[in-house]
Design a protein around this ligand. Structure first.
Ligand code: ADP
Length: 399
């Protein structure tokens, strides 16, 4: 089945048209600066030249119209007609407690997604705009919502309730939700295939390390604990996010630096993390390069990050009562041999050790653990678009 996967941000739209039989994309692309000057489309059809165009794109409906036209364009297209699209899968960031699974978009489901806007005010509204635009332009084609939070709905209460008065959960839905669920689910499933063992029998620690990073403990294919929380700010220090802090630091900085709520939010989400510590960049490639040239603060940022990841691996091995494999994925996890080595160093008591030769591999699924060690260390490139397409197909297959 051909599935169109849509990931709508406030001013951007990423898309892929995937064939679920071959599991390959027929085309992928990006619409940028929606509603701004200089908006445009970059379209990459498989086996053909890419197309880049600058044109006025005032809203998400125009953006999706453009994507659909391009997919059937005589030169750059990859299909005869739009009727070949079996369903559309939408990435939706927050599904709250409403959605533990992907859902066919109905009026009721739409209301559920709208109810979660308060929990993700920057993300859910553009996701909703994308769904509405597709409903308008492709009437009759099933739309499916795939949530970043859904995979983590299996966490037990002791993992998701915070140490606050319980009314905060009841009144405001304050609890751990977790994010990157589509990625953690995908790499867990791939790990079972690589290990040739049933997913139901495995205890996995999935490390999604990118610009945003989170770690998840997966038992029997289900998330039982994850490092991101009520928002993606919790957990590991990230590109620009602080990660875990003593909560008292927040009001202390607000007072000392005279910041209001918006400013502290911006400070913790956009100016902290490895960017804030290193003063160099939020991009780990720049930080690794600076550290190699002797920049002490860049090295400190790398050391803190590796320390944080290691701390979570230890904690989650305790939560899981053992670990059958550690998974590295996303930009940094897939590409940085140095970070993988730093994280896994000193974990020999857990049967974890990296083989330096195998660790050189990039962009492939591979076990980089040293010969004779007990715990496989898997590098698995994530593929959230494929996961969204497969989930979408599963939802619409029964229709
Ligand atoms: P996002 O959270 O934006 O989806 P990605 O998963 O694409 O992020 O990861 C992006 C990050 O991965 C970049 O910030 C970069 O620091 C890191 N990265 C990508 N390639 C490399 C590499 N070869 N070495 C080190 N870090 C890398």
């Amino acid at each position: 089945m051909y599935i169109l996967v849509i990931n709508c941000g406030s001013s951007s739209l990423k898309y892929q048209l995937l064939d679920t039989v071959t599991r390959n994309p027929l085309a992928k692309g990006l619409v940028e600066r929606i509603g701004m000057s200089g908006s445009g489309l970059t379209h990459r059809p498989a086996g053909k030249d890419a197309k880049a165009a600058v044109l006025e794109i005032p809203d998400h409906t125009v953006a999706i119209r453009l994507v659909l036209d391009t997919l059937v364009d005589p030169t750059y297209g990859v299909m005869q007609n739009l009727g070949q699209i079996g369903a559309v899968g939408h990435r939706v960031v927050h599904g709250g407690e409403e959605f533990a699974q992907s859902a066919l978009v109905t009026a009721e489901v739409m209301k559920g997604i709208e109810d979660c806007v308060e929990l993700a005010p920057l993300h859910n509204p553009p996701n909703i705009a994308g769904i509405k635009a597709c409903q308008k332009l492709m009437p009759g084609v099933p739309q499916v919502a795939v949530f970043d939070t859904a995979f983590h709905q299996t966490m037990p209460r002791e993992a998701y309730i915070y140490g606050l008065p319980y009314e905060m959960y009841e009144k405001y839905k304050i609890r751990r939700y977790g994010f990157h669920g589509t990625s953690h689910k995908y790499v867990s499933q791939r790990a079972a295939v690589l290990l040739q063992k049933p997913l139901a029998s495995l205890k996995l620690i999935s490390c999604h390390l990118g610009n945003g990073s989170s770690i998840t403990a997966v038992r029997g294919g289900k998330s039982v604990e994850t490092s991101m929380g009520f928002t993606p700010l919790e957990g590991l220090m990230m590109g620009t996010r602080s990660g875990n802090l003593d909560p008292a630091i927040v009001s202390y900085i607000m007072r000392k630096e005279n910041m209001d709520f918006e400013q502290i939010n911006d400070f913790l989400n956009k100016r902290s993390g490895v960017l804030g510590v290193s003063g160099v960049s939020s991009d780990f490639r720049d930080i690794e390069a600076a550290a190699q040239q002797g920049n002490g603060r860049a090295q400190l940022a790398l050391d803190i990050f590796a320390h944080d990841v290691k701390e979570y691996i230890g904690a989650y091995a305790a939560i899981l009562d053992g670990v059958d494999a550690i998974i590295f994925t996303a930009g940094l996890g897939e590409n940085s041999a140095g970070m993988r080595e730093a994280v896994c160093g000193g974990l020999s008591y857990m049967g974890v050790a990296v083989d330096p030769e195998k660790n050189k591999v990039r962009g492939e699924e591979v076990d980089i653990s040293a010969e004779g060690t007990r715990c496989p260390i898997l590098v698995i490139p994530t593929n959230e678009e494929l996961m969204i397409a497969l989930e979408t197909e599963e939802v619409v297959r029964g229709l």
